[in-house]
Design a protein around this ligand. Structure first.
Ligand code: NDP
Length: 343
């Protein structure tokens, strides 16, 4: 695999956006940050419209000085660029039913996540550009880093060109417009982004949940108190500090801040774990659950249930199951005593 191309401000041409009508669908985490960043670019003749239902998000957008349209179809009419920035599970219905029938030819559709494009859940008009500009940061950081003159990590890709050959240049102009080429936007694809996102969510972080749960249980059986375990394992924020240093200094280099006993223990201990079952599990999830589309199909079948406010909401069911672990029960007890512990 060749090294990925990294695009900077000098690779992008903001004049491509001059006079364009840009629609932000959604004014949440990413929508509010990206719309404000783009407005700050002061591009000549650009008009920015926000489409949102009449609620607190719409109020926020109006308070920030944006025009807000509640009728998504009306908002889509004549748009040159559509940023689709509503939650992934809401995108297919909103895009296919409310936006797509009103889009003009050569519109540029921008997604911030690869999921719906990769699994073909969006009815994308053939004569449209489809690009991904996917910040790797939460919306607040996309905004605050931009305001302080810094960039933020971002993936960029072209998934479809309308036929006029401009999709690549548009993707870079839009990335620059929202401040994403300042620190370098990495060339990617919806497939790559989806694989990495879902594998982290479905194998890497679940493994970490399971590892913490088992370590807690073993130490508790060996006589450690819940209080000591919670503080030792995460409440001290040591894991957060480790990951912060890993990002700043290097995944392995951060180890050098630890004692010799700790460095030796971690490096030697990692080599004692049989990598084969771990790798086999990750391969299985990637191939048979993610890339096969099995997960996407399963999630699509239950996504309506996530709106339930009763015990049947799938997340409530899962939280109930996890709440029975020794770690969860122990932490709940410790948190009840926390004010006393802090006194
Ligand atoms: P949010 O959850 O913040 O989106 C909220 C916005 O979506 C609001 O404007 C809300 O308005 C609107 N919305 C929600 N449901 C619906 C619906 N059914 N119909 C119409 N509008 C709806 O989304 P994010 O900003 O977190 O995510 C947007 C995209 O960005 C996603 O593709 C996500 O994967 C991607 N992304 C998100 C990141 C993050 O930090 N959160 C990081 C990188 C990418 P209303 O009041 O009408 O519900």
């Amino acid at each position: 695999m060749p090294a990925a191309t990294i695009y900077y401000d000098s690779d992008a041409d903001l004049t491509l956006l001059e006079g364009k009508k840009v629609l932000f669908v959604g004014y949440g985490n990413q929508g509010s940050a990206q719309a404000q960043n783009l407005r700050d670019a002061n591009i000549s003749g650009i008009s920015i419209l926000v489409a949102n239902r009449e609620d607190s998000y719409a109020k926020e957008a109006k308070a920030a000085g944006f025009h807000v349209e509640n009728d998504f179809g009306k908002a889509a009419e004549g748009a040159d660029v559509v940023f689709l920035l509503i939650p992934d599970q809401a995108q297919p219905a909103v895009f296919n039913n409310e936006l797509a029938p009103h889009l003009k030819e050569d519109v540029t559709i921008v997604v911030a996540s690869g999921y719906n494009v990769h699994f073909k859940f969006l009815n994308l008009p053939r004569k449209s550009h489809v690009v991904m500009v996917a910040p790797r940061m939460i919306g607040i950081s996309v905004r605050t880093r931009h305001q302080s003159g810094k960039g933020f990590p971002c993936f960029v890709s072209v998934e479809q060109d309308s036929g006029n050959g401009q999709a690549h240049a548009m993707s870079l102009a839009l990335a620059k417009g929202i401040g994403a080429t300042k620190a370098g936007a990495i060339s990617s694809s919806v497939k790559e982004e989806t694989m990495m996102d879902l594998l982290a969510e479905q194998a890497l972080w679940p493994s970490i949940i399971q590892l913490f749960t088992q370590a807690y249980s073993v130490l508790k059986a060996a006589g450690c108190s819940d209080e000591a375990l919670c503080y030792e394992m995460w409440m001290s924020k040591e894991p957060a500090e480790i990951f912060e240093r890993a990002a700043d200094e290097g995944f392995l280099q951060q180890l050098k801040h630890h004692s010799t006993v700790s460095q030796y223990g971690q490096l030697a201990g990692a080599l004692k774990i049989d990598p084969n079952p771990v790798r086999a599990h990750f391969e299985d999830i990637l191939q048979n659950r993610i890339l096969s589309g099995e997960f996407a199909k399963e999630f699509a079948a239950i996504e309506k249930d996530f709106e339930r406010t009763d015990d049947g909401n799938p997340l409530n069911v899962l939280y109930r199951q996890h709440s029975k672990s020794e770690l969860a029960v122990g932490e709940e007890n410790v948190r009840k005593r926390l004010p006393q512990l802090l006194d």
